[in-house]
Design a protein around this ligand. Sequence first.
Ligand SMILES: Cc1ncc(COP(=O)(O)O)c(C=O)c1O
Length: 233
Amino acid sequence: MTEQIRTLIQTRIRQDIQSMHAYAVQDSTGMVKLDAMENPHRLPAALQAHLGQRLGALAFNRYPNSRVNDLRQALANYAHMPDGFDIMLGNGSDELIALLALACDVPGAAILSPLPGFVMYAMSAQLQGLQFIGVPLTADFELDEAAMLAAIAEHKPAITYLAYPNNPTANLWNAAAISRIIAACADVGGLVVLDDAGIQVTAQGWFMVRAVAMVFDRCLQADRNRAQFSRII
Ligand SMILES: Cc1ncc(COP(=O)(O)O)c(C=O)c1O
């Protein structure tokens, strides 16, 4: 790096960004790669060919137009989304996590999640200048429910993240504990994000549908109680 570029970085890039570390992707050559919540299986050859044809025929020279709404509608139908709700699409859930931090960046706002947890929860808070509260898991990687409830009551986080299954510990949380955490977040007027990025590797996807419905129910209840939100989307 030249002296000129070093000076440019030092004067123009935020100090806290300069002291961050890059996300390290471990070399997995010759190994069975099970981390990063990836699907180990490639697409079947026939599907690869079919997708190639479909993608090749798309108008990549244009910005997407209303087709995105067709996709949102198709996903809503697939998920049996109730009336009055909506779906937001992102370039991967990392983008949605970053946008949520941006959207909730009001003075004093905090983001809370169990630790160890998905790195982007803390990083999105740090990048956006929000406080991050990490609540350590128990020694056997379970939610420390009492500590979570105490931290929610103390910090009143704008967003509480629960990854289901958790990354990096890969376990599913206790359903009753999740319900109580959602209720506690609703009591302090906070949002709960149940992040099911790794749900395809579990056999308990059904639970999420119920839990998400519950989150919205609690949020809408917070809405009625506190008149803070006109509609949670
Ligand atoms: C819990 C969790 N959320 C979000 C993500 C990011 O997913 P995406 O590839 O959709 O950005 C990951 C990726 O590993 C994850 O484990």
